[in-house]
Design a protein around this ligand. Structure first.
Ligand SMILES: [Zn+2]
Length: 107
């Protein structure tokens, strides 16, 4: 199985389009639908939150099953590496998405 985020560390890589993809461990607070298999992620389930910081600016996120993220999402990303989970807090990434890509430091 590919690498997955855990409570202390997140993963960051880039999509083919050049967007940043931050993979963060989540615990489902409500029912989510996984974009990988279209199945439900049950409340309380550990899963992967993928937060995109778009190259053109802005952010959005999706909730994935761990297995689906490992099989379908992670292999599509480039340069995936592990970073401290404190770097991938939601407000921090949203602030990143408001910066011009040129002035944004490398993730
Ligand atoms: Zn799934």
């Amino acid at each position: 199985m590919a690498e997955l985020p855990d409570a202390r560390t997140s993963l960051v890589g880039r999509t083919a389009e050049g967007d940043e993809a931050w993979l963060i461990r989540g615990i489902a607070q409500k029912l989510y639908r996984c974009p990988g298999c279209h199945g439900e992620i049950e409340i309380g389930a550990r899963h992967v939150v993928v937060q995109f910081v778009r190259r053109v600016g802005g952010t959005d996120h999706h909730h994935w099953h761990e297995a689906c993220a490992a099989e379908l999402l992670v292999p599509e990303l480039r340069g995936v590496r592990r970073v401290s989970a404190t770097r991938s807090k939601r407000d921090r990434l949203e602030a990143r998405g408001r910066r011009s890509p040129r002035r944004r430091p490398a993730p």
